[in-house]
Design a protein around this ligand. Sequence first.
Ligand SMILES: [Zn+2]
Length: 283
Amino acid sequence: MKLDRTRFGPAGFPMGCPKEEAFDYLYKLRLGAMEYQAVRRVPTKLDSLKKIGEKAKEKDVVLTIHAPYAINLASRDEEKLTKSIERLYLSAKAAEALGANHITFHPGYYSKRDPEEALRLAIEGLDGLVRRLKDENIRVELGPETTGKPSQLGSLDEVLRMAEEVDWVFPTIDFAHIHAREGGSIKGRDSYSRILDEIERRLGSLNGLVVHFTEVELTASGRGERMHHELGSGYGPDFGPLAIEMVERDVKWLVISESPLLEEDSLKMKKIYTRTLKKTRRK
Ligand SMILES: [Zn+2]
């Protein structure tokens, strides 16, 4: 999505204030982003979404939306496939009302299909949806997220394939999920660099990325996410080296905190990023 600068914010309304005061509060904290959670169901009262969107805009908070978890673009059940697309379509309508330009969603599960076949189905589904959105003049970015479990469609390669093959698709990069599904693969700056080089090579640019960040505990098997943890918990991945890459590559990103401490860890990330920025400028 188009961004004027790198912005940080929580996944969902902040925890430190009533919902009605969310954007005043984020403004006070100097946080310029929030991901609206529609993960259980998509709200259909477009008027109230519009009001939320207006308030956010007034306080210079850029919104994205997270579509329902109940989406599987590779389901074996025809009805579930149709409903999945419908949920994404409703999320697009909601995004439009909110003034959000990016919809984050989990593409689904392999559902005992060959991974290539699952990916193909997801791409077909997204292609059809984008056509419909174009017909109806609903302009939003669809952001398949890198997912955290090996049973889920959504490796880095797969979300990049979706973006390469379908217009208006631009992935959401969840670093904790990449780390978890690859068995703890992010060990430092080199690991981030490898991921970012790949994204840049395939998409042409790193600017405008929507990024999720948290530290994450792996399952006992060592592959897949068990639960999210706050920054500095020691579980990893570490945000510090990513901040260095962000500064060195001079990117503009929307960084959403998925840590249990939401806005508190958004502030922490922003602090680390700002400190890194100052250090580099001094050189
Ligand atoms: Zn997600």
